[in-house]
Design a protein around this ligand. Sequence first.
Ligand code: PRP
Ligand code: URA
Length: 217
Amino acid sequence: MKVINLEATNSVLNTYMAELRDKQFQQNRTLFRRNLTRIGQVMAYELSRTLDYSSVNVTTPLGTRKMSLPTDHIVIGTVLRAGLAFHEGFLHVFDKGDSAFVAAYREEGNVERMKIHLEYMASPHLTGSTLLLVDPMLATGGSMELAYKAFLRAGEPKKLHLCVTIAAPEGIDHLHRVFPDDSVTLWTAAIDERLNENAYIVPGLGDAGDLSFGEKM
Ligand code: PRP
Ligand code: URA
């Protein structure tokens, strides 16, 4: 797996990330979701540079113009629920893309043993598609692995991009083992220090699902 950390280049993405992490800004749930969406939009734009393109003639009222347009069939696959606002940002950029959803949640556990429940999957056919698997937090990597395996029931994508806002080194190591091949790309807006004993990313941002939608039972 290839890792692209967008924080390596300074951009306005850092402002969105700073607000996302800041506990004062986090009091405003609308802004928290909005920043996830903005980060998704920027990441989708960066990712768009790596797609396949072909030349197409576009007719204007005054003539024709040859343009290079992406040809990939994009499917944005999201892990509910924290992924929803992030997903929205990808949809703003890939507005002709299809969407796929899987519901997964972590039962409270620890770094050694984190039980993840997967309960629902809805996806178009994925064979030959470019699948963007988007989920804001990559902690142990268990949710991402399970989500991908669930989506495989809908067919094998031509290309896989894993997209997160914050990745823990433990999650990246895990995904390197699941995807040893360089054809898979992990896009992240930051790589943090470590996981704590409850498998939360440190310093991270807290619980992305709760900050987006409120505490769950
Ligand atoms: C978060 C996040 C990921 C998962 C990452 O979801 O959205 O899906 O944790 O952790 P992992 O890498 O250790 O699997 P969470 O389980 O908190 O569910 P929620 O979105 O419903 O809050
Ligand atoms: N899920 C979150 O929402 N935050 C973490 O730090 C880890 C998993």
